[in-house]
Design a protein around this ligand. Sequence first.
Ligand code: SF4
Length: 200
Amino acid sequence: MIGSDIISLAMNLFLLDIIEDTVVDGPGFRTSLYAAGCRHHCPGCHNPQSWEREHGHAVGVEEVAERLLTDPFSNITFSGGDPLEQVEAFTELAKLIKNKSKKNIWCYTGYRYEEVCRSARLAQILPYIDVLVDGRFNQHLRDTDLLFRGSSNQRLIDVPESFLKGNNFTITHLILLLPYRASIVFNAISCFCINMLFLV
Ligand code: SF4
């Protein structure tokens, strides 16, 4: 057993839920973990129930990692609440996933990327994250057309690319997400055509 495995045995995550095969928290099929606890309290938050850690249930990091790793296809999203309120446990989980698979990991947080970089505690998770969706939800900037974000101040940060540029943040190449948007349009058109077939 490697060192990080031993540490993670003693660590719990506080989760509201784990949802498999979701397509709304990043591109492709993903398993999303919803962390309990968020101190940002954004006006208009879609899920104020997530603010209290006590609303979640404790589950061991290793147990969660085993469950996630049994699915060979699905990538992973940490959402919430704010996963960075439990950054130590989520870092251990991300390490286990990265050590044992090629899954990509997206992480949502109410903190801005620059705030995360300034804090040694928060920044510990960055080496294991592919995309950080950053910033508090701003109801005045809400836009339902945005891909994987609630308001336009939030950014999809390509973390490895940003590291290469000395922590100057880099927005994920949206061109990579275009096939995803195209597939949504294609699915919508297909559903419409199938429905029309049943009507005639
Ligand atoms: S960061 Fe997200 S979960 Fe937390 S209050 Fe803001 S919108 Fe809600």
